[in-house]
Ligand binder design. Structure first.
Ligand code: IVH
Length: 675
């Protein structure tokens, strides 16, 4: 075939497949059988395999996934992705209508109402009609680039229908979610392969979309619905209703169940009808979104800090079902918090079977007076973990004794500590439940900074029982590591080297690494500065601790509880026996004597010998401070590779300029004086 013929054939095949995708996934009106479709797809793959140079990103073949990513890249949104205020009561929706009328000085307002899909929000960008980028909402300003994953979603057009004038640039907002039957089938598949099932369709959608390996996403039955034009070149439709119609003309899936309401009463009727269909819908919705229809009015109303004034999420009352508490157990989280959990007679709440519900804490159990054997109402407020709403008294029932939180951790037997309503295990360094978290924290960047000891490795080390305490880290051998998945001779050597390299550690980093409640980076520094040695800190009593300005009763109590658990002290002793040396910090008196005390350093450009964190740490150890901008008060500007404008500012202001070398020797000299 001539080149042009191949190209023509490819284009025709792709168009044909796109049309059938649209009919099947968006319109729900297929025109050909599955096997006919499969044949078309195979033809396309064959042709593309023979001519890889002709593969384009908008080809349907790209829906099978791409090579795995290292990480999801953070991307800023073109427009902030707002959230919605939510309400549940009729009077609140009336008040919303009143507010709109007042602010718009209008007698009547048209509202567009549509379901509130319970999934995750995405930003979809089309340039010249081709899907070019997709991102999760993230914090509303910055999301994660999930373009390759979104490409695998069949109802998402990779190319928009061109018969209507397409804008050069279009940014659309939509929701990615999973149908209930697909969700259940997926969970069955996962449990058969002994994986962890997803708690609800929303988590399943989110977990599936935020995958590094898009070939996994491709096997997950995700769908998307679009409900907002966030940015468009050219004319914007005058109303939200037209906006949805326009999106539909471009072949984007939009909510099919929606209504243009001429009054708030009609909105309430739509809400009621939609709520009554809720259990019959094939997917989860948790309310109705009500939007002022006219876009000029939307702009006039504007927005608050995180949500538009012209729209509201009119939620459904959470679904409740009745069941029985079969047992109350206590689970220990990774941070050591003890949580009472009710084990329930399995009950289906809105399409999801629930057999556990959190009881949050002892106060909550007491307040709701929940005991084993009780009949209770369970609710699932759309999202997260199901909770017990209330006890349902049953006449003539004989109740069990009230629940009491244990005095000892059910996992490791250490004594528990209490902080208000929260009860936690004090055996931080010995408790199996906390071990993974404790090790990850100990190895983290601002603590011992052990490179190569990430979440996955820690999980393997703990699960294979190679590490049962922090001290065991320093007992690991190459033979141990080579047995682990993904480790070879070289990676094992590297990890052992970085573990060995962490043996000399500054006092504040070590303290921070212990993961004592309330003792984060800042407090660890304060303690190191004040006391200068681990022994001093370990023997300081409450009064002594509270003489320090930053340390209040909670921190001093937390320290006291920590040191009073003999096993924590034992682990520290073992660490020291295994060669861990905690360097002395500068005591406050020494610090004031230091010639660099109170000096301000500014860094510009890349350093070779230090990370920025290390440099900052070094400066602080000698009593100095790091600032981010140059002023007359700056003592030194340290200049690395490719310095920025701060160098010019330093010159202009006559601030002393140091090379990295000079900086190192300034600090190095200090270190010698200290020891
Ligand atoms: S409109 C500026 N419409 O609900 C308007 N949101 O709590 C922004 N959502 O994060 C949103 N269905 O993920 C809109 N039909 C719908 C929606 C919808 C679900 C989600 C969206 C947002 C959350 C707001």
């Amino acid at each position: 075939m001539a080149h042009t013929d191949i190209l023509a054939k490819l284009i025709a095949l792709r168009d044909e497949i796109r049309r059938h995708d649209y009919l099947y996934y968006v319109k729900d009106r297929p025109e050909i059988s599955d096997s006919q479709y499969d044949q078309l797809f195979r033809d396309l793959l064959e042709l593309e395999q023979a001519h890889p140079e002709l593969v384009t990103t908008d080809s349907p073949s790209q829906r099978v996934g791409a090579p795995p990513l290292q990480e999801l890249v953070k991307v800023p949104h073109e427009q902030p992705m707002l959230s919605l205020d939510s309400i549940v009561e009729e009077r609140e929706v009336q008040a919303f209508d009143q507010r709109m009328k007042r602010e718009l000085e209008a007698q009547s307002i048209e509202y567009s109402a549509e379901p509130k899909f319970d999934g995750l929000s995405v930003e979809l960008t089309y340039n010249h009609g081709v899907f070019t980028r997709g991102a999760t909402r993230g914090d509303g300003t910055i999301g994660e680039d999930v373009t390759v994953n979104l490409r695998t979603i069949r109802s998402l057009p990779l190319q928009l229908h061109a018969q209507f004038n397409l804008p050069d640039h279009l940014v659309v907002r939509g929701e990615v979610y999973m149908r209930l039957d697909d969700f259940q089938a997926l969970n069955r598949r996962i449990t058969e392969q002994s994986g962890d099932a997803f708690a609800n369709p929303r988590n399943a959608a989110s977990g599936s979309l935020r995958q590094l390996d898009s070939t996994i996403t491709a096997t997950r039955p995700l769908v998307v619905t679009c409900y907002e034009i966030m940015a468009v070149s050219g004319t914007v439709p005058p109303t939200h209703w037209d906006e949805l119609e326009t999106l539909a003309q471009w072949s984007l899936p939009v909510p099919t169940h929606r209504r243009l309401c001429t009054s708030i009463d009609e909105v309430m009727a739509f809400h009621r009808e939609t709520e009554s269909m809720r259990d019959q819908l094939p997917y989860e919705i948790d309310g109705v979104v009500v939007k002022v229809n006219r876009r000029d009015w939307q702009s006039r109303l504007g927005m608050k800090s995180r949500s538009p004034r012209w729209a509201i999420a009119y939620k459904f009352t959470p679904r409740k079902e009745i069941t029985v508490v079969q047992d109350i157990v206590v689970s220990v989280g990774r941070t050591g918090t003890l949580t009472p959990v009710a084990l329930l007679k399995p009950v289906e709440v809105g399409g999801v079977t629930i057999s556990r519900a959190t009881l949050h804490n002892a106060d909550e159990v007491a307040r709701k007076d929940i005991r084993i054997g009780d009949t209770v109402k369970v609710e699932r407020a759309g999202d997260v973990i199901p909770a017990i709403a209330e006890r349902v008294p049953v006449s003539g029932e004989r109740r069990n004794a009230s629940f009491r939180m244990p005095d000892h951790c059910p996992i490791c037997g250490s004594a528990v500590g209490r902080e208000g309503a929260y009860v936690y295990c004090t055996g931080q360094l010995v408790c199996g439940a906390q071990l993974k978290g404790a090790i990850e924290h100990f190895a983290s960047k601002h603590a011992l900074n052990i490179e190569g000891l990430g979440k996955k490795t820690v999980a393997m080390l703990v699960e294979q029982k190679l590490v049962r305490s922090l001290a065991d880290l320093y007992r690991l051998t190459k033979d141990d590591l080579i047995k682990l998945d993904g480790f070879a001779d070289r990676s094992a050597t590297l990890l052992l080297e970085s573990i060995a390299g962490s043996k000399l550690v500054s006092l504040d980093r070590f303290l921070m690494g212990l993961g004592i409640r309330q003792v984060g980076q800042h407090i660890a520094k304060v303690l190191a500065r004040e006391f200068g040695s681990l022994d001093e800190i370990m023997s300081a009593d409450r009064e002594r601790l509270q003489q320090i300005r930053e340390i209040g009763p909670e921190i001093s109590e937390s320290l006291e509880v920590y040191w009073s658990e003999p096993r924590n002290r034992e682990i520290i002793a073992q660490l020291q026996e295994l060669g861990l040396q905690v360097a002395l910090g500068l005591g406050s008196a020494d610090r004031r004597k230091s010639p660099l005390a109170g000096k301000t350093f500014v860094f510009t450009g890349g350093l070779d010998r230090f990370t920025r964190d290390d440099a900052q740490q070094a400066v602080e150890t000698v009593g100095g401070r790091v600032a981010s901008s140059v002023s007359k008060k700056t003592s030194y500007v340290v200049v690395g590779r490719d310095p920025g404008s701060k160098l010019d500012q330093a010159r202009a202001l006559g601030v002393t300029i140091l090379t990295e070398q000079e900086f190192a020797s300034l600090i190095g000299k200090e270190e010698k004086e200290i020891s």
